[in-house]
Design a protein around this ligand. Structure first.
Ligand code: SME
Length: 153
């Protein structure tokens, strides 16, 4: 299973003390986009200081205009408020959705918690309809836990 093979690679990236936090986050995006065929845009959003908005962090994929997302807006903004994983099998069926590219069919967003606080998220867009399963969710929770460890150090 690809996810089990990728977990130690994620851990290795997290432990690369010679690299900055943003470099390590970018390396995680690159790893996921490279090895999981239906992960077509992979990025991190983080709470923007004291503001109730998300700011785009490291990502791979097409550049997006949505570098700032207010809490509550789009899939990402909803996860910032709900603290829950959000899997969207078909983005065209969502009312509160911010389109980044017309090629995107599905999206998954998993929150990142540091000391119990929702401080950001990993966001993945897919050009394949309905590609995400519980396995993706569990794997991405693992990734978010690793990122949480990195950010709390
Ligand atoms: N689709 C997201 C916006 C971010 S882009 O996918 C990069 C949303 O609805 O929140």
């Amino acid at each position: 299973m690809i996810f089990e093979a990728l977990k130690p690679e994620v851990e290795t990236i997290i432990k690369q003390d010679s690299r900055s936090t943003n470099e390590r986050l970018l390396n995680i995006c690159e790893l996921l986009e490279k090895h999981i065929s239906y992960y077509n845009w992979v990025g991190f959003y983080f709470k923007n200081g004291a503001k109730n908005e998300l700011k785009l962090g490291p990502y791979v994929g097409e550049p997006t205009d949505h570098t700032i997302i207010p809490f509550g807006k789009g899939i990402c903004g909803q996860v910032a408020v709900s603290n829950e994983n959000f899997i969207v099998p078909d983005v065209s069926a969502q009312d509160n959705y911010i389109a980044c590219s017309i090629t995107v069919k599905a999206e998954i967003v998993i929150p990142i918690f540091v000391n119990g606080k929702n401080i950001g998220q990993i966001d993945i867009d897919s050009n394949t309809p309905n590609p995400f399963t519980k396995e993706d969710e569990h794997f991405l929770e693992f990734v978010c836990n690793q990122v949480s460890n990195l950010l709390s150090n």
